[in-house]
Design a protein around this ligand. Structure first.
Ligand code: ZN
Length: 266
């Protein structure tokens, strides 16, 4: 089967563009749906950044989360992961927070997952017992020695989240197929995996925080406008300056809202 070819622009975009006002860079608008072949790799990249910001400490390979002939591998995989975590808790071992993506074994022997874990270390023997009891094969744990983007990109390479550094982890499959295997999701995570300074965040907020962290001290301000107006705005320094002021005022108001929101505990 031929991998789905990625279109050059989002076919569902509004025809409008987004301008980054400080740099004057113009980007075509996009629909942001993971069902879209153009937007999926960009969404995967955002999620990679969020996973990286969550600070995973170990990579666990869960070798058999569903069999080759399973008709709903995602459902089976989620059940098995639930069992593995329950088995660990039963023997008094805290599994920690997990984010994982299900992948098809290259030799057609079923489905495995790359799981990124944050939390206490789990002894191999205990994880193995918990996996075998869940029918999930033999696991493999590696601690992440190099903190960085590549670790989380590893699990999301199937969605085409590449092209931002290491070519080794280039997508080698069909992103649409990867999404189907995962039941329409980029990854699956335990409830508090996406936390910042110990506070759980919604995944979208974690993605925003990760992008802000990536931009660092570099200021950015985005506005949307029609394609026709873009050139005029980019060329007009004074207008850009005024618009930057507007965007910054809006962003600060937005941040206030985020702080004021009730905390989602439990
Ligand atoms: Zn799109």
């Amino acid at each position: 089967m031929e991998p789905t070819k990625r279109p050059e622009a989002c076919p569902n975009g509004s025809g409008r563009v987004v301008i980054e006002l400080y740099s004057g860079m113009v980007y075509p608008d996009r629909c942001r749906s993971s069902q879209c072949d153009y937007c999926l790799p960009l969404n995967a990249r955002r999620r990679c950044l969020a996973i990286t910001l969550a600070g995973p400490q170990r990579m666990i390979r869960l070798s058999l989360l569903a069999g080759e002939l399973d008709e709903s591998p995602c459902k089976t995989a989620l059940t098995r992961v639930g069992l593995i975590r329950r088995n660990l808790k039963r023997i008094g071992r805290e599994p920690g927070e997990w984010s994982f993506t299900i992948e098809k074994n290259p030799k057609g022997t079923g489905y495995h997952a790359h799981c990124l874990q944050r939390g206490p270390s789990i002894p191999q023997a205990e994880l193995q017992e918990s996996c075998v009891r869940a029918g999930a094969g033999f696991p493999h744990i590696n601690s992440i020695k190099r903190a960085g983007m590549w670790t989380s990109r590893y699990g999301l390479k199937g969605f085409g989240a590449d092209g931002y550094g290491l070519k080794t982890f280039r997508s080698n499959g069909d992103p649409r197929e990867a999404l189907r295997i995962n039941g329409g999701r980029l990854e699956h995570h335990s409830r508090k995996f996406f936390s910042l300074d110990g506070e759980p965040l919604r995944v979208r907020d974690m993605e925003r925080a990760a992008i802000a962290e990536m931009n660092g001290a570099k200021r950015v301000a985005y506005i949307g406008c029609s394609r026709d107006r873009a050139a005029e705005i980019v060329a007009d320094q004074r207008l850009r300056h005024a618009l930057i002021g507007d965007v910054n005022r809006r962003t600060i108001t937005g941040q206030r809202c985020m702080v004021a929101e009730p905390k989602q505990n439990t």
